[in-house]
Design a protein around this ligand. Structure first.
Ligand code: TIU
Length: 232
């Protein structure tokens, strides 16, 4: 599985070598996806984000079957909140801020039930889980070292939210030289217009931040990378 493969995408085919590809699953945490968590405390309706779970579960299954490494991230803070900047702490509903008790434990605090990943997308033993204090997955984390150590050059990027943690991470990844394909039905926003424009911004200007394709196209390419047709 070392040949170059292609995924039909915007603004053009995304080329990848399966041996240097990873699937990044950003912040699919209960605090963002279930009522009563951080997302809702910021005034959001969590229903739209939940549409991501089913296609992402399918993509996860395909990636795991193809032997593509899966890396999960979780946004959150230490119990003493020493890694949370004051401006972030002060955001949202005053009675429901980071560190306050929520329906699923202290909001966005590591180790709490709400901070963990939804059951449907739970990491398997051996998959990397990166805990990050910011929106980007590279800031103040070991992600760069993990990718370098594994020889990863290309990322399939999924998770929530499209315009916040997904965008920040894709921008950080671009500046570090990674090629990113954002999987359109496996990223979600609380706002339909941000979802549409957030995806358009990735592929605009000839792919200024990367490529965009849906999970059906990605899964087909991963399947054929594992089991090439006899003609290939
Ligand atoms: N508020 C919002 O849209 N997102 C976040 O706060 N974090 C992530 O996107 N993970």
């Amino acid at each position: 599985m070392t040949a170059v493969h292609h995924i039909p995408a915007l603004p053009g085919d995304f080329s990848f070598d399966p041996s240097t590809l990873a699937l990044l699953v950003i912040d699919m945490q209960r605090d963002f996806l279930l009522p009563g968590g951080f997302g809702e405390s910021l005034g959001n309706d969590v229903a739209l984000l939940r549409t991501v779970i089913e296609p992402l579960a399918g993509l996860l299954a395909t990636a795991r079957a193809a032997g593509i490494p899966v890396i999960h991230t979780r946004e959150g803070h230490l119990p003493d909140l020493s890694d949370c900047p004051p401006a972030k702490l002060l955001r949202g509903n005053p009675s429901q801020r980071i560190g306050d008790p929520g329906r699923f434990g202290r909001i966005l605090v590591r180790g709490e039930y709400g901070h963990d990943i939804v059951d449907e997308l739970a990491p398997l033993d051996g998959e990397v889980v990166i805990d990050k204090p910011g929106k980007g997955a590279f800031y103040a984390t070991e992600l760069s070292d993990v990718l370098t150590h594994r020889g990863i050059r290309s990322l399939l990027v999924t998770g929530v939210t499209t315009e916040v943690c997904v965008h920040t991470t894709v921008r950080e990844a671009n500046d570090r030289g990674y090629e990113c394909l954002v999987v359109s039905d496996c990223v979600g926003s609380y706002f339909p217009e941000f979802q549409r424009v957030g995806l358009a911004m990735i592929a605009a200007q000839g792919g200024i931040f990367g490529w965009v394709a849906d999970s059906a196209a990605v899964r087909a390419a991963l399947d054929s990378a594992v089991s090439p047709s006899p003609a290939q």
